[in-house]
Write a protein that binds this ligand. Structure first.
Ligand SMILES: C[C@@](CO)(OP(=O)(O)O)[C@H](O)COP(=O)(O)OP(=O)(O)OC[C@H]1O[C@@H](n2ccc(N)nc2=O)[C@H](O)[C@@H]1O
Ligand SMILES: Nc1ncnc2c1ncn2[C@@H]1O[C@H](COP(=O)(O)OP(=O)(O)O)[C@@H](O)[C@H]1O
Length: 284
């Protein structure tokens, strides 16, 4: 048997850090949503009791460091599965970009293996398995639009944003999430974006208000370390995107655009700055 799962990228419409916790993680308040840029997983049975990961992308780990491998290992252990599995990842989401590509692959692997082995994993167990792989994996399991609290694993579903274009631009640097959180001085954050205001903007279905409530406290850390990300953000604003923000720990910057007539100009303008630019739709 062979089955397919789509693993979409996420963006953070707002990201606030409340404090650093004794366990080393940061207590966050984030509003996340999915965009139509996705990896595709092909999951098939394999003879023998092994996990094989392959990908057309030469730049992701294919061993136990791969988050989809970790998902398969955890499912096999928890449900005493002795069968082998081959997961092929057709990688489209840029890596170490702040778009949760690895987390979404892990979530897609969990969903796919649940189907492949007819496990009927209860939702709570699925979320627990996801959280044991990474903080963003539970959101990638549920998808949609959600408020994420705790270290990111406690989710409250929210109203989806209105349909619009999302232009993503990733400069040619890889940013480590752990380093960005490590450099953040949580007790010295000058401006906290408001989850309540972004939530109200979503409930009002107001594109303009969503654009004005965008905010991410990790931006200051990444922008001060990588000036090219700041330049990219300025370029996207100058080219006319309606709302612009860095996603997650970066370095991808996204622009929300309501008018299709603006998309080509912004896309072409950004290609002068960086190679990896995508114009996709919001997944509503
Ligand atoms: C910043 C965000 C925003 O959505 O995404 P990315 O930029 O990675 O896409 C997330 O909080 C990232 O989630 P994820 O990438 O799953 O993080 P994890 O693997 O759980 O943690 C990686 C490292 O980041 C730090 N970390 C992560 C989450 C959190 N709430 N506090 C932290 O301090 C810890 O140092 C941890 O060791
Ligand atoms: N399936 C996967 N796809 C991409 N990266 C992966 C995967 N599994 C593990 N990784 C590793 O996870 C790290 C973070 O990747 P990614 O999830 O793309 O970043 P981010 O959390 O910034 O969105 C990278 O260093 C990469 O080597």
């Amino acid at each position: 048997m062979k089955l397919y799962e789509k693993a979409p990228a996420k963006i953070n419409l707002m990201l606030d850090v409340l404090h650093k916790r004794p366990d080393g993680y940061h207590e966050v308040e984030m509003i996340m949503t999915m965009v139509d840029l996705a990896d595709r997983l092909t999951i098939s049975e394999l003879a023998g009791d092994t996990i094989k990961i392959s990908s057309q992308a030469g730049y992701i780990p294919l061993d136990e460091k791969n988050l989809a491998y970790q998902a398969a290992k955890k499912v096999k252990e928890k449900y005493h599965i002795r069968h082998g599995v081959h997961i092929h990842i057709d990688k489209k989401i840029p890596v170490a970009a702040g778009l949760a590509g690895g987390s979404s692959d892990a979530a897609a692997a969990l969903r796919g293996l649940d189907r492949l082995w007819n496990l009927h994993i209860p939702h709570e167990d699925m979320m627990e398995l996801g959280a044991s792989i990474g903080s963003d994996v539970p959101f990638c399991i549920t998808g949609g639009t959600a408020l994420a609290t705790g270290r990111g694993e406690i989710l409250t579903p929210l109203q989806s944003p209105p349909d619009c274009w999302v232009i993503l631009a990733k400069p040619p640097i890889n940013v480590s999430t752990a380093n960005v959180y490590g450099r953040l001085q949580a007790d010295r954050i000058a401006h906290h974006p408001s989850a309540a205001n972004m939530r109200a903007a979503l409930e009002q279905h107001s594109f303009e208000r969503i654009c004005s409530e965008l905010g991410n406290v990790l931006e200051d850390v990444t922008l001060s370390h990588y000036p090219e990300v700041r330049q990219l953000k300025q370029a996207m604003i100058q080219l006319g995107a309606d709302g612009v923000l860095m996603s997650g720990s970066g370095p991808t910057v996204f622009g929300l655009v309501s008018k299709e007539s603006k998309v080509a100009r912004i896309y072409n303008g950004l290609r002068g700055f960086c190679h990896e630019v995508y114009a996709v739709r919001m997944l509503t």
